[in-house]
Design a binder for this molecule. Sequence first.
Ligand code: SF4
Length: 367
Amino acid sequence: MNGGIYVHIPFCQSRCRYCSFYSITGRNFPDSGEYARAIISHLNSFEMMEPIDVSTIYFGGGTPSLMPASFFSEVIEGVSASVSLTENLEISIEMNPEDVVPDYLGSLKQAGINRVSIGVQSTDDSILRKLNRTHDAKQAVSAVLTARSIFTNVSCDVIIGIEGEANEGNRILKTLPFGELSHLSLYMLDGAKNNHLAAESDHTADLYMELCRQLENHGLKQYEISNFARPNMESIHNLHYWKGDPYIGLGPSGHSLLYPFRIWDHSGLDRFMKGQFRKGRMKYDKKTFVREMVMLALRLRKGARQEDFKERYGIDLLMEFGWLCSKFPGFVRCDGEGISLSRKGMLVSNEIFQELVVPAPPQSGGE
Ligand code: SF4
């Protein structure tokens, strides 16, 4: 079965105000070669239930673009020595706009990277300052153009829902060079976690709906709640998550799905560098796993497909989950082929997904 590998680079130059990822700032980072070797030992600590053909490697963070290109070559080499890789491998890196410079991009390409995702976040300088980002709007736009001069597959991340962004939708549409992008992720700030930064939820909902329409006019078709792409340029790595494919998360705070197990790793960097990886794991029962897979598939524009669920899990999706459509009319749609969310449903997806959550059994292990 095809699957993906995520490599976490938990280092940042400064802390953005909205961030909930595990990352460290303000101390010496380990030597990049040592970190690469720790990542490969982490990979080798996994016991595969079934062999995986790895079709994607995703370097995320943190700030992967703080690492030298040699780090990526070393990890890619180590991964290819440890697991089987498919022929058309997608290898992505997340970059901060200020790190997008031609020489570095050229070395990344040589190391094997073939997809770049730039953390643009906003095209309004006052919003960027509010988020404590270290780049400005001009740098963000020029990063997209520079990346595109070297890579075909260029994505960017944008966040909406920040207080004071009244015209952010128009600004994004006027300034971002959409023609250069193959992919865009449009995130809504999590108001519950970032109360101090969040705009009125009605404003954010209107902006989301408008941007969805406009992005499609620019040829970036929505394929997931927060993701838009040109035909055949969807993120194969993220599709692994939504399709329930196996994946391995490497680095501190790693998180993996190797059915029938979900596996969590410790978050501390020092512990990680000493080879103390595993925090706990949970063994799925089939009912919990299928519910989780329905939830993930509903994130996709095409939704959960009757045929896929029959083939993968041997269940009649419409028979078992058709009740979602009568419970959320106008938000969840059922047709003969499956179940999907309307755009209005995507806006309240968390409430819909609550209906599918099965309380987790206690995990083994612990910090
Ligand atoms: S650069 Fe990314 S990972 Fe680092 S603090 Fe900012 S949002 Fe978080």
